[in-house]
Design a protein around this ligand. Structure first.
Ligand code: SAM
Length: 306
């Protein structure tokens, strides 16, 4: 049950896709003063040491943040993401990598609320410890230490089960990130079911789902199933960094972000950034992206591919 540790994958191409999009979704919410909730149902440890035993085992960051680290000329949304990672590595050496909770902590404002769930006993402890350290650091700098207790809540528990009780949030504004391991194929069904329930309680929330593209049927059918959910709009972007090989050979080749109720700015931004990202992270002629968007009533409305 607890075999998955995100530290083995920290900073890989899938994290790049997920985290740069998460930053854009939060920045869109930042445009209005009204507070919002960021709910991370599967948080991981929050911060990863890239030179630690787990991350350096397969050095997956070489497929993601690694090739971006020393670049100077990047599209603005990628630069914002790389700058956030650089900000936690002031020595200039790529040592620490942010998980989604850290990304959200950096981008969300004083008035916003972060609700973080992690089931793994070791990773939930690391997550709580990491936020405690951030709090101490903030206290030393004289910033926002006293509010963190309310601003960020770390819970060891099942994020699928916890989501319902948090919706709708008091301000009726929220980004929910759902990022399970998918090692258990039930995660596909659980994600779809929890989204159906969440949309029933809070139809206008923005929901972002990360998923891997694998050969197993549940993975291949997943995006099409999410398109059937009763969201006003959806957007599905897939990044492929190399020619797909059978599962288990050569590592993960593709992953996607499926966003329900995306901001209108997301699609044009991705149309601009994804071709650049394919060039920057692509490993062979099989590298590409697909971008689809649609509404429940009109179905898929357009597709970009390169
Ligand atoms: N969102 C993180 C990030 O971007 O940095 C990575 C999360 S990782 C892909 C998935 C995490 O979900 C793992 O740390 C795993 O222990 C945790 N997990 C698995 N099942 C869970 C559940 N039902 N509720 C909460 N966490 C769960």
């Amino acid at each position: 049950m607890f075999s998955y540790r995100h530290a083995f994958h920290a900073g890989n191409h899938a994290d790049v896709l997920k985290h740069f999009i998460t930053i854009q979704l939060l920045q869109y919410l930042n445009q209005k003063d009204v507070a919002y909730s960021y709910i991370d149902t599967h948080s991981g440890a929050g911060v990863y040491e890239l030179d630690g035993a787990f991350a350096s085992k397969n050095a997956e960051y070489d497929t993601g943040i690694g090739p971006l680290w020393n670049l100077t000329d990047m599209p603005a949304p990628v630069k914002e993401y790389v700058d956030l990672v650089r900000g936690m590595n002031p020595s200039g050496k790529m040592r620490y990598y942010p998980g989604s909770p850290y990304v959200a902590d950096k981008v969300a404002r004083e008035q916003d609320r972060l609700r973080l769930f992690e089931l793994h006993p070791a990773d939930s402890k690391l997550l709580a410890d990491n936020f405690r350290k951030l709090d101490e650091h903030a206290a030393q700098q004289g910033i926002r230490s006293t509010v963190r207790g309310k601003r960020v809540l770390v819970t060891r528990g099942d994020g699928f089960a916890a989501l319902k009780a948090l919706l709708p949030p008091p301000s009726r504004r929220a980004l929910v990130l759902i990022d399970p391991p998918y090692e258990d194929k039930q995660d596909y069904k659980k994600t779809k079911d929890v989204l159906a329930e969440a949309l029933g309680r809070f139809p206008t929330g923005t929901y972002a789902v990360w998923y891997p593209l694998l050969q197993r049927m549940e993975s291949r059918q997943f995006a099409d199933k999410l398109k059937q959910l009763p969201a006003a709009q959806w957007l599905n972007v897939v990044l492929t960094i190399k020619t797909p090989m059978p599962d288990g050979i050569g590592g993960l080749h593709s992953s996607g972000m499926f966003i329900l109720n995306p901001p209108y700015t997301l699609e044009p931004m991705l149309k601009e950034v994804m071709p650049w990202l394919v060039k920057a992270l692509g490993q062979d002629a099989g590298a590409r992206f697909t971008l689809e968007a649609g509404t429940q009533t009109t179905g898929t409305r357009n597709t970009s591919e390169r």
